[in-house]
Design a binder for this molecule. Structure first.
Ligand code: PMT
Length: 410
């Protein structure tokens, strides 16, 4: 699974306006498969409700040391022992000071004293507080004890000042954590092309044929490829309501023919091609130039077959590793394996789109991944991001080593 999968991260949230950013961090870590146990200081609760973190982490949030929910354990010791990493974000001058002095007067500080896990601190405070010699000295003391700091950014602060003291962005903190657990480099040097969304086949200027694809599966793959350090990620996408993931080159297309051009013209420049898009198999034989009028009792629309882009890739590919998707409503394994062979893919991801939590539109999927020898892995219901992550890991393990590929830019 992902590098964060199964890892326990204890997240300490202190009282500052940046506490809201810790909610985004919790969400990202949870999506990546980590177990996030949140401890809030009493002041943090003034800014964000514990329920926010409880909902995002799906775990009880600790505030009071003496609010022991489970009689079989001592919570702060249990949390301290379970942590693979402790991150304090945002960390106030007060909590940094307590940690430097070895004080333990609340749930967070006692857990920090008890943990053997690495401790990372992401400070957020007023520019003058940050520069204060006492705070700087406390940070120096902590550094000398092996505590790692995620530097605050410079800019407009909530107090009105401009300067250093703004909490690092959740994306940056997440990327640092991910890198620590060994991810963030598995696709280094790789150029990845992903297709997403459904194609739109015009009938006339106001009507078209399309399907239920939201683009979520393909966008998740593109986003995870960036997180795994891919050198370049191209996302060829049909129309969706999603925003472009950071770090991705977005190529918007409409029809299957547009998608074919966009993909085939970039085939030679990519190591890994993943076709998550739901491409229309047929398009209207002719597109009416004007809005079609309601003249007859019935109307027959003539459709012609679209080119099968994946099949063309399968014929043209040289060193590319190619992953197809198979959206099925019956005999999933049989149909998926047939597509894998016919379209000459290296892996195929079968999703039974009639199953709850699988396929079109939702945030989750249930997939069975096959190679030429049969079933590789059956993934139970999980977020499309986790599916994407696992799929990319399987690809990274199986792709030819970079030194052995030629012709594709590095
Ligand atoms: O976008 P979401 O709402 O998140 O939904 C995700 C999804 C259900 C669309 C996705 O998980 C999925 O299954 N994508 C493939 C859908 C599909 O078109 O399946 P298919 O079995 O019809 O096609 C098989 C493969 O051939 C696919 O990789 C498809 O991209 C490709 N194909 C199909 C037809 C065609 N003319 N050209 C193609 O390249």
């Amino acid at each position: 699974m992902g590098d964060l999968y199964g890892k326990t991260i204890v997240l300490g949230v202190c009282g500052g306006i940046a506490a809201y950013k810790a909610a985004a961090l919790t969400s990202k870590l949870t999506q990546a498969g980590a177990t996030v146990r949140v401890i809030m200081t009493k002041s943090a609760v003034q800014f964000v409700a514990p329920l926010t973190f409880q909902t995002l982490s799906r775990h009880h949030v600790f505030v009071d040391t003496f609010d022991e929910k489970d009689a079989s354990v001592v919570s702060h010791i249990n949390l301290a022992d379970s942590a693979d990493l402790v991150v304090i974000a945002p960390a106030t001058a007060n909590t940094i000071g307590k940690l430097a002095l070895g004080l333990g007067d609340d749930m967070l500080s006692t857990t920090l004293l008890a943990t053997m896990a690495p401790v990372w601190v992401a400070p957020a405070m007023n520019v003058h507080m940050y520069a204060n010699p006492a705070v700087q000295q406390n940070m120096q003391t902590l550094r000398s004890r092996g505590v790692r700091f995620i530097e605050p950014g410079e800019g407009q602060l909530a107090c009105g000042y401009v300067g250093k003291g703004r909490l690092a962005e959740p994306e940056e903190i997440f990327a640092t954590i991910e890198q620590y657990f060994g991810g963030g480099s598995r696709l280094k040097g790789r150029h990845v092309l992903v297709t997403a969304g459904g194609t739109v086949e015009r009938i006339d200027p106001v009507r078209y044929i399309t399907n239920d694809s939201s683009g979520k599966m393909g966008y998740a793959i593109a986003e995870e490829a960036v997180r795994m350090g891919a050198t370049h990620v191209t996302l060829v996408t049909g129309p969706t309501a999603l925003s472009a993931p950071a770090g991705v080159e977005l190529i918007p297309v409409k029809s299957a023919l547009d998608m074919r051009d966009a993909v085939l013209s970039r085939l030679a420049a990519n190591h890994l091609i993943i076709k998550a898009a739901a491409v229309a198999d047929y398009r209207p034989a002719a597109v009416a130039e004007q809005k079609m009028k309601k003249k007859t009792e019935s109307l027959t629309l003539e459709l012609v077959k679209n080119p099968d882009i994946l099949q063309e890739i399968g014929t043209l590919k040289t060193e590319q590793f190619v992953i197809g998707f198979a959206a099925e409503t019956e005999r999933l394994d049989e149909h998926a394996l047939d597509k894998l062979k016919r379209k000459n893919c290296d892996l195929i991801v079968g999703n039974d789109v009639s199953q709850d939590g699988a396929g079109f539109s939702g945030d989750t999927n249930v997939v069975r991944i096959f190679d030429h020898n049969g079933l590789v892995e059956a993934l139970p219901i999980q977020s499309k991001h986790l599916v994407a992550r696992r799929l990319l890991e399987l690809a990274a393990e199986r792709m030819p080593r970079l030194a052995h590929t030629t012709g594709i830019p590095s």
